[in-house]
Design a protein around this ligand. Structure first.
Ligand code: 13P
Length: 257
């Protein structure tokens, strides 16, 4: 991480876990553990059904609430979908876009991801844009090409001013929920490449201000090493974000750098 030029952001992604009551219980426990000093920005991305409860529960703290998905249209006959304006009005600050689970299970293409990024930015929210390769793609040696394609597609039409509000999360699919994290070197290699790609699109000054996270089995035990790399500015955390103490362990690790 490099605190001088960009924010360190530790974000939890609860995926489809916790009810509203469980959200309130988590918030009470988590807030009691929050350190006085501000080491990093903290975001908890909760299921849509828990957003109101989370915003209320974290209101008096510095924990921002994020959503895990959005639909790109502003309004209309899209049964079951939620717009970026609806999320903004509830008090959401971040929205995860293009998570590999949405790409694999719900048919989210690069083009849909791009539309969602624009919808999120137009609602004055911050997208957390996920990119990452499968094990097969890594073994075929196409990781960098794939990351460049996903990133350039996601950012197509995004202005230099807007890209400052984007967070990029590198999440190798083979490390998600597997307990097998990328090594610091593997993660840093791709995160550095992500920044270089942003540099090629927007120039050096903008590229150094963008937060690039790593996600994939990040936990208290490996976070300090991962975050010690210059281009890894935080984490997007699944399993370890479900318990207040395990998420807090990562926040403490962020303070060691
Ligand atoms: P895990 O931390 O459970 O591997 O999940 C990572 C992830 O997908 C965060 O978005």
């Amino acid at each position: 991480m490099n605190r001088r030029y960009r924010k360190t952001i530790i974000a939890g992604n609860w995926k489809m876990n916790k009810t509203a009551s469980e959200t309130r219980a988590f918030a009470d426990e988590f807030k009691a553990l929050l350190p006085k000093s501000k080491w990093c920005d903290i975001v908890v991305c909760v299921p849509s059904a828990d957003i109101s409860a989370a915003v209320r529960a974290f209101k008096d703290s510095r924990v921002a609430v994020g959503a895990q998905n959005v639909y790109f249209e502003k309004s209309g006959a899209y049964t079951g979908e939620v717009s970026a304006d609806m999320l903004a009005d509830l008090g959401v600050k971040y929205v995860i876009v293009g998570h590999s689970e949405r790409r694999a299970l719900f048919g989210e293409t690069d083009s849909i991801v791009n539309k969602k990024v624009h919808a999120v930015l137009n609602a004055d929210l911050n997208p957390i844009i996920c990119v990452g390769e499968s094990l097969e793609q890594r073994e075929m040696g196409v990781t960098m090409e794939l990351i460049a394609l996903q990133l350039k597609s996601a950012l197509s039409g995004v202005s230099a001013e807007q890209v400052r509000r984007c967070v990029i999360a590198y999440e190798p699919i083979w490390a998600i929920g597997t307990g097998k994290n990328a090594t610091g070197e593997q993660a840093a290699e791709v995160c550095t490449f992500i920044r270089a790609t942003i540099r090629s699109l927007y120039g050096a000054r903008i590229a150094r201000s963008v937060t690039v996270q790593y996600g994939g089995s990040m936990k208290g035990e490996n976070a300090a090493e991962l975050l010690s790399h210059e281009d890894i500015d935080g984490g997007l955390i699944g399993g370890a974000s479900l318990k207040a103490d395990t998420l807090m362990a990562i926040i403490h690790a962020a303070n060691q750098n």
